[in-house]
Design a protein around this ligand. Structure first.
Ligand code: GUN
Length: 272
């Protein structure tokens, strides 16, 4: 079975739109893009477009390539101080700049990416806070197949701060037994065969093979790789033959990231 992330994201956006229309003010989302990376450009345009569609005022703040970290910080500080802005997102990667410095400058209450160390720490100890959008989207997709994840064996492949690490935390919070694989992991196929849930965010096209996957497992593919002009995931499409449920690329996790960003923006607005 393929999990239709596009449809699930659309239903989340429609709930967010209802919530926005019930407010007596308009939530504001600021998206900061530094430089002219073509992929980042597409992502931020989609983020602002879908925000507008649900009634969130969204602003794209564009800083030219070659901007200094201080120029980015000035932008963040000014957005922190702006009461009409409830969510701030600085698109990553920030080539050549100290991204951590920028993330830590964002007001944690406006940190709709959930990347600030305060939000990361709150997530780790199970306190409320803004959570990273892609891992939250993955959990929602998994739960459309299996509501209670208690006791399931989950394998996360990839250990980035944006996806892999928060993904492992959220699965742990759902009472999964979490295995966490990364670039130095040995015998990955053997680990994968133990897993009831596999979430892969490795950036390696077709990494997860059919014979790695336990029949019936839920497989979530976060990969977005461009191969000969096509967008492909980190999971070999043949995995469909054995997985109980699996996300397609495109149309799986991607639309969920944006839907969860919009949810976070409304949460941030309500808590402001
Ligand atoms: N680059 C890739 N994914 C993301 C994301 O979720 N948020 C931001 N800010 N940048 C990204």
């Amino acid at each position: 079975m393929l999990i239709d992330g596009k449809a699930i994201a659309a239903s989340i956006r429609s709930k967010v739109a209802d919530e926005v229309s019930s407010l007596d003010y308009v939530p504001g989302l600021a998206v900061v893009l530094v430089g002219d990376d073509p992929a980042s450009n597409i992502y931020v345009r989609n983020k602002t477009k879908f925000a507008q569609e649900v009634g969130i005022d969204s602003y794209l703040h564009y800083l030219p390539a070659g901007s200094t970290v201080n120029e980015v910080l000035e932008e963040v500080w000014s957005l922190n101080a702006d009461p009409t802005i409830h969510g701030i997102l600085v698109q990553l990667p920030l080539r050549g700049l100290d991204a951590q410095k920028v993330i830590e400058a964002i007001d944690p209450k406006k940190d709709v990416d959930g990347f600030h160390p305060l939000n990361a720490g709150r997530m780790m100890i199970g306190l409320p806070g803004l959570r990273p959008c892609t891992p939250v989207g993955c959990i929602k997709l998994i739960k459309t197949v299996q509501q209670d994840l208690t006791g399931m064996n989950a394998l996360v492949i990839g250990a980035s701060n944006i996806v892999g690490k928060p993904m492992a935390q959220l699965l742990l919070a759902e009472n999964c037994t979490v295995m966490h694989a990364h670039i130095h992991t040995k015998n990955l196929p053997i680990l994968a065969r133990q897993a009831d849930i596999i979430v892969v965010a490795a950036g390696v096209p077709g990494l997860v093979q059919q014979d790695w996957v336990k029949p019936g497992a839920i497989v979530i593919d976060v990969g977005i790789n461009r191969v000969e002009g096509n967008i492909v995931g980190d999971v070999d499409p043949a995995v469909q033959k054995v997985a109980g449920a699996m996300t397609p690329v495109p149309g799986g996790v991607g639309p969920m990231t944006i839907a969860c960003l919009l949810e976070n923006t409304v949460h941030a607005a309500k808590n402001s």
